[in-house]
Design a protein around this ligand. Structure first.
Ligand SMILES: *Cc1c(COP(=O)(O)O)cnc(C)c1O
Length: 472
């Protein structure tokens, strides 16, 4: 009986929406918040209090104070207005992490995006003739210069580049691909599926580990429209293996008058063997081998924005530009401005490796990562928390994003451990931080890999750790 009347009293003392709204509006700082967001947040919170009372959750009269309600409503408003897509700290050590946005962009590139997209631009206006121009023309010359190709165009991503190229060159015809190259890229890009979508007929040849010149020769018929080579960018076949080189494919193509295309995936202009890493096939080499069409991503090893780049023979590129799919898959001006600025950095390779974050993180010496790890470790220790211990670990990081699958880059990490919290729990709390800190779990530790963490993110990580220890 008493309980019932207590409940009734608590329900009665819940303030009205209007009352809280007036209080919140008194604060000048809230002038820019949309009214609807304030009202929705107040309704949501008061309803939550009402349900708590009804389900006997212990509430004190303090919880129903205006000031307490206003503070909770303000938190809700903040949550509603904060963007869902937000800055996140990549402590995984995976440089091209598709879930975390792959490449991060250099300052030169960001400045160009702002310059081009904060006003009007000559996106499809030829400034010398005053007539309509093509949106790809701003990057065509530089792409040809860097690769040695005759012509170039760009679309939304490399999956789109492969799709439109296949559809243009070989719709209703057979496309010959080695069984060792029937790649699947994360997020459901599979060569056999793209083949179907583009209206081409996949003709598999050879075996998983070995494909010979004669396999191509024997498969060619009047129905053949294209010889396709796919760079096995995210896996490697080692041991007793053989594949046909681009030079040989070009020779076969010439002999039978069939074009050759290469899907490079993680295309690069840099010969990584110069920097002590294993060589990846370069874009220029593919063109030099006589390949008719080469496609690659803008945001993998190139280190630019998401884009699909198509380069090669002018006769074919012109047809691709006229394909109605080009309109559906077209790239937007922010991306184009980012891509042009990224490509411009490659005019000077020394500058490119210094200013493109993807390349910098790939090539950073171990000693530098070690220094970073020590500095962050000191900063975490300075917070004085004894409930979470840190250990410095030597481990390996990965290129990621379906690039350089066998590459192990020696790196330095900080492992966090606690008697009170499991690694899983620490991972969850770091992920819930604002901004989120995404690490990995190894050997039952939450591991922060310094390869992908920026110096200016150190205080944020130290603070996040401190916040966790205060909760324990
Ligand atoms: C990554 C990749 C793709 C897909 O490229 P996106 O830019 O992610 O669309 C296609 N083919 C190969 C070989 C790749 O490595």
């Amino acid at each position: 009986m008493e309980n019932k009347s207590l409940k009734r009293n608590l329900l009665k003392s819940l303030p009205g929406v209007d009352h809280i709204f007036t209080q919140i509006q008194k604060n000048k700082f809230n002038d820019n918040i949309p009214k609807s967001v304030i009202i929705d947040s107040i309704r949501t919170y008061i309803e939550k209090l009402r349900l708590s009372i009804l389900s006997n959750i212990n509430l004190s009269s303090k919880d129903l104070d205006d000031s307490s309600i206003i503070s909770e409503v303000n938190t809700l408003i903040e949550k509603t207005l904060a963007p869902n897509l937000k800055k996140t700290i990549n402590a995984t050590g995976v440089i091209l992490h598709t879930n975390l946005g792959r490449s991060i962009l250099p300052d030169e590139v960001l400045n160009n995006i702002t310059a081009v997209s904060s006003g009007y631009s000559n996106l499809e206006l030829n400034l010398s003739t005053g007539k309509r121009g093509l949106r790809y023309s701003c990057v065509e010359d530089i792409l040809c210069k860097l690769s040695g190709a005759e012509a170039a165009m760009v679309v939304n991503n490399n999956a789109a580049a492969v799709l439109i190229s296949l559809e243009t060159i070989a719709k209703d015809k057979q496309v010959i691909v080695s069984r060792g190259e029937l790649v699947e890229i994360g997020g459901s890009f599979r060569i056999p599926d793209v083949m179907i979508k583009s209206g081409c007929i996949l003709k598999e040849i050879g075996t998983t580990n070995r494909t010979h010149v004669k396999d191509y020769e024997n498969a060619i018929t009047d129905e053949t429209g294209l010889l396709l080579k796919v760079h096995t960018s995210n896996y490697s076949i080692v041991g007793f293996s053989l594949s046909v080189t681009l030079n040989e494919l070009h020779r076969i193509g010439q002999k039978h008058k069939i074009p050759v295309m290469e899907d490079l995936g993680s295309g690069t202009f840099i010969d990584f063997s110069k920097y002590g890493l294993k060589k990846e096939p370069t874009i220029s080499e593919s063109i030099a081998a006589g390949t008719d069409i080469v496609t690659f991503s803008g945001d993998k090893l190139l280190g630019g924005p998401q884009a699909g780049i198509i380069i090669g023979k002018k006769k074919i590129i012109d047809k691709i530009k006229e394909n109605p799919l080009a309109r559906a898959l077209r790239i937007d001006k922010m991306t184009l401005s980012a891509l042009e600025a990224t490509l411009n950095l490659y005019r000077d390779e020394e500058k490119a490796v210094k200013s493109i974050p993807t390349l910098k993180m790939l090539l950073i010496p171990f000693s530098k990562i070690q220094e970073k790890a020590e500095r962050l470790n000191d900063l975490i220790s300075d917070t004085g928390s004894t409930k979470i211990a840190t250990v410095l670990l030597t481990k390996n990081s990965k290129a990621g994003g379906g690039s350089m699958p066998l590459l192990k880059l020696k790196t330095k990490c900080i492992g966090l451990k606690s008697d009170k919290l499991s690694a899983d729990k620490i991972e969850k709390l770091m992920r819930a931080n604002n901004p989120p800190v995404i690490g990995r779990i190894e050997d039952n530790l939450f591991v922060i890999d310094l390869r992908t963490v920026k110096e200016k993110e150190f205080p944020i990580i130290a603070k996040a750790v401190k916040k966790i220890t205060e909760r324990i």
